[in-house]
Ligand binder design. Structure first.
Ligand SMILES: *[C@@H]1O[C@H](CO)[C@@H](O)[C@H](O)[C@H]1NC(C)=O
Ligand SMILES: *[C@@H]1O[C@H](CO)[C@@H](O)[C@H](O)[C@H]1NC(C)=O
Ligand SMILES: *[C@@H]1O[C@H](CO)[C@@H](O)[C@H](O)[C@H]1NC(C)=O
Ligand SMILES: *[C@@H]1O[C@H](CO)[C@@H](O)[C@H](O)[C@H]1NC(C)=O
Ligand SMILES: *[C@@H]1O[C@H](CO)[C@@H](O)[C@H](O)[C@H]1NC(C)=O
Length: 473
């Protein structure tokens, strides 16, 4: 399946596109999905199998070359340790699959739990600091625990609220102003906290794949703040922001003449999960309709040209895409707000992106800058129209140039389909600032309110100590 790392390192490291994104990614190392991690492990194992020379070398070094995501993790330090753990866990999983032995599985889980570092500090921050605490990750069989659960204290910068994300080793269950649950692998009911907390549920996965993340369901389950890709969440989280495109305008790209007359498709694994199946079918359908497709990843759907080799395995995706006129960017599900970093790889390489996914994509990208597949891909006629459109861009320079107009436009003129200014939309209070800062704001407001009701009750009942700082709801 195509890579969908939450901290989109392709943008951050390879393209240096989104400064904002880089900022929140730093804070959200915890937010990395299992699919991309397992995929990296698979790639690495491929690598080991194919080049015996490298087995004695530091395998982490080799992997770092294959994916910018790991580059990023390495730069964060402790990545190697995390990597080892991820690998061990993956191997355990394979083993337990093979033997299907429950007892062994239990032992592994106990081992994993023992591996989690004991907390070391007491979360002693001044009262005017808002503390966003991520409780320790619960061990989930398919999740490389330590990669997600060991991080250093992070000060949330560029935020009007004084805010901190304590290190994973800190005991913050009492002090936390906001408790942040990384939803794909962690839930509110996993924890017995000493008193009612201000609960924040965060995830960058789609609701289609994780139905429990429906914002109303999360609120009903006790989350005060929902932070998902859904536009109707309290803190909508995005893989990139519109300002990324203004950065992009500073770059220069190869023109139509210097690109291959074909569409590039990049996916690592055709059969990783059901999520992938729809994409694979779509690619084959387009190919049947006459679109020449080169598969650069190890997954080459029927009808496409399989080009995967060690160059593509080790190199940088965006650089490869610069050799193509068109790039097929399909999400794993089509729902509002679920716009992964995938489509940005197209913009970052200057290839025209053919997109299937979020119906509100034009709240995220400049107008008329991509080719959209019909929402209903069973509509053969509509698909045929799009195939012709793709062919026109591949074979006609002026059609391709038209799709590139946003590069020279004044970004202030960009409108959403609803007629709003795109940049203003991203400057609105709900979307402005890093994800952590927006969570901090809400936690701070809640804390202030709670403190106010505390001091009121302190006046009413002078016997109660007003200095002890507790949040009650
Ligand atoms: C290990 O890999 C690095 C990077 O590819 C290389 O510079 C180094 O020479 C290799 N070391 C050995 C012992 O092969
Ligand atoms: C809480 O209220 C007290 C008294 O009203 C005040 O001194 C203190 O600064 C407040 N703390 C915060 C974090 O707002
Ligand atoms: C991989 O394929 C590309 C495109 O066909 C080619 O340019 C490159 O040299 C190949 N790399 C290897 C190691 O064969
Ligand atoms: C290429 O597209 C332009 C419109 O952008 C059109 O005027 C022209 O006729 C097309 N050329 C060919 C060869 O189809
Ligand atoms: C872009 O448009 C805005 C508003 O219309 C204007 O203020 C700004 O000066 C323009 N920028 C450039 C570089 O032309």
């Amino acid at each position: 399946m195509a890579s969908k790392p939450l901290c989109s390192a392709f943008l951050q490291v390879a393209c240096l596109l989104c400064l904002l994104q880089a900022a929140w990614c730093k804070e959200d190392v915890a937010a990395c999905d299992e699919e991309s991690i397992l995929q990296l492990i698979t790639q690495k194992n491929d690598l080991k199998a194919q080049s015996p020379m490298s087995t004695n070398n530091n395998t982490a070094t080799a992997m770092v070359q294959t994916d910018a995501h790991l580059k990023y993790l390495t730069s964060e330090g402790a990545a190697f340790v995390a990597w080892k753990d991820a690998e061990r866990q993956w191997l355990s999983k394979q083993k337990s699959k093979a033997s299907n032995n429950n007892k062994q599985h239990q032992q592994q889980r106990q081992q994993q739990q023992q591996d989690v570092q004991p907390p070391q500090s007491s979360c002693d921050y001044p009262p005017d600091v808002t503390v966003l605490w991520y409780p320790p990750e619960k061990s989930v069989p398919w999740w490389p625990t330590s990669l997600l659960s060991q991080f250093q204290t992070a000060v949330i910068t560029d935020c009007e609220v004084k805010c901190i994300k304590p290190a994973s080793s800190e005991h913050c269950q009492n002090r936390a102003d906001g408790v942040v649950y990384h939803l794909p692998n962690q839930r509110l009911h996993n924890f017995q906290l000493p008193h009612k907390q201000f609960n924040i549920g965060i995830s960058m996965e789609s609701t289609a794949n994780y139905p429990f993340q429906e914002p109303s369901a999360l609120r009903a389950a006790g989350y005060d703040v929902v932070a998902t890709t859904r536009p109707d969440s309290d803190v909508p989280v995005a893989y990139f922001t519109a300002s990324a495109f203004t950065q992009l305008q500073l770059n220069s790209f190869p023109g139509w003449d210097d690109r291959m007359p074909a569409a590039a498709f990049v996916a690592t694994n055709c059969g990783w999960s059901n999520f992938a199946a729809h994409r694979i079918t779509l690619v084959s359908q387009l190919s049947k309709l006459g679109v020449p497709v080169d598969s650069l990843g190890s997954c080459a759907p029927p009808g496409t040209r399989a080009l995967h080799n060690s160059t593509y395995r080790r190199g940088n995706k965006v650089e490869f895409l610069k050799a193509y006129r068109v790039y097929l960017a399909f999400e794993n599900s089509a729902e509002p707000g679920y716009v992964s970093e995938k489509v940005m790889d197209g913009y970052a390489s200057g290839a025209v992106a053919v997109y299937w996914g979020a119906p509100d994509i034009y709240n995220y990208v400049p107008p008329a800058s991509l080719i959209r597949l019909p929402d209903n891909t069973d509509d053969k006629d509509a698909l045929q129209v799009v195939a012709r459109q793709i062919m026109a861009v591949i074979s006609n320079k002026s059609q391709w140039d038209q799709m590139m107009q946003c590069r020279s436009q004044n970004a202030s003129s960009w409108k959403t389909e609803g007629g709003m200014d795109l940049l203003k939309l991203w400057d609105s209070p709900k979307l402005k600032g890093s994800i952590s800062c927006r969570m901090c704001r809400l936690a701070y407001n809640h804390k202030k309110q709670a403190n106010m009701s505390l001091s009121i009750s302190a006046v009413a009942k002078p016997n109660e100590p007003s200095s002890s700082y507790k949040i009650e709801r």
